[in-house]
Design a protein around this ligand. Structure first.
Ligand SMILES: [Zn+2]
Length: 281
């Protein structure tokens, strides 16, 4: 099931027409309210969520979605209006098209940031929302805080016709994925790739190439994916972050992550590339 696959989102901070119905990304403790319309799923559409009998704790205007105003809102209690259901943010990744999930991800992160930055981190004064940019500012010491994004890198290492996949201790049996880790202060993305691969599996890499990125709202990551070539070292999992790491042929892959995440897009794209290179030899 998917909804509204052809749409345009335009980010915005203030709304012109307050009277028209709006689309709502409404959350309660990590779950989002979804309207069920026959076989399809949609977003609640109303002027204000109080019309649905919901107690709203906070609201952020997000912009327009197909010309309609869109908001994120935190709901105080998990009441379920008629014809609606709550879905965990993670399950939305399988239910909605990727561009819509990206807005849900944005909505969730803006709410979380707003909730956790009500007071100045420097002087403790209550902060005020700014109208000229997505920020909260301290009226006393002028500190401005923006939604925080934590960058993390992902890397798929190739060696000739094979790719290196790793299993985290918490993964289900036979589930393998690309390596990943958070960027540390002061690092370039390429340095993070080199450090993580050395730390987690003991290998050096070269020819690091950008692949793509995905917002990952658990709670506020930006996953930036790379492909790199093996340059040396013996594959030796660190035993903490990584339980097992092995080289795999692209036509004999283990259980890999779902199609909702960039790890799978990366694995699929590189596997296809290697298979096509093999076929043309
Ligand atoms: Zn302050």
């Amino acid at each position: 099931m998917s909804i509204e696959s052809n749409f345009a989102f335009v980010p915005g901070l203030t709304r012109n027409d307050e009277s028209a119905p709006a689309l709502w990304f409404a959350f309660h403790e990590g779950r989002m309210l979804v309207a069920v319309e026959g076989d399809a799923l949609g977003l609640p559409r109303c002027t204000h969520l109080s019309e649905l009998g919901l107690a709203v704790a906070r609201v952020q205007y997000l912009g327009t979605l197909n010309g309609e105003p869109a908001y994120s809102a935190e709901i105080a209690t998990p009441d379920t209006p008629a014809g609606m259901v709550w879905h965990g943010l993670r399950t939305l990744f399988g239910l909605f098209d990727e561009p819509l999930v990206a807005i849900a991800s944005r909505a969730s992160q803006v709410l979380e940031w707003d909730r956790t930055h009500q007071y100045c981190g420097r002087c403790g004064t209550p902060t005020l929302i700014r109208t000229d940019e997505r920020a909260r500012a301290c009226p006393s010491c002028r500190l401005t805080v923006y939604p925080r994004i934590n960058p993390a890198v992902m890397v798929l290492i190739t060696n000739g016709t094979e790719i290196l996949l790793a299993r985290k201790p918490a993964f289900p049996a036979n589930r393998f994925s690309a390596l990943a880790g958070f960027v540390e202060a002061g690092e370039s993305l390429e340095q993070t790739v080199a450090r993580e691969t050395l730390e987690e599996v003991g290998v050096q890499v070269k020819n690091i190439r950008y692949f793509g990125s995905q917002s990952w709202p658990f709670p506020n990551s930006l996953m930036i994916a790379f492909v790199a070539e093996y340059a040396g070292g013996e594959v030796r999992p660190d035993g903490v972050e990584i339980a097992e790491a092995r080289w795999f042929a692209p036509d004999a892959l283990p259980n890999v992550p779902d199609r909702i995440s960039i790890s799978r897009w990366l694995i699929d794209a590189v596997s296809a590339e290697l298979l096509s290179a093999r076929a043309s030899r």
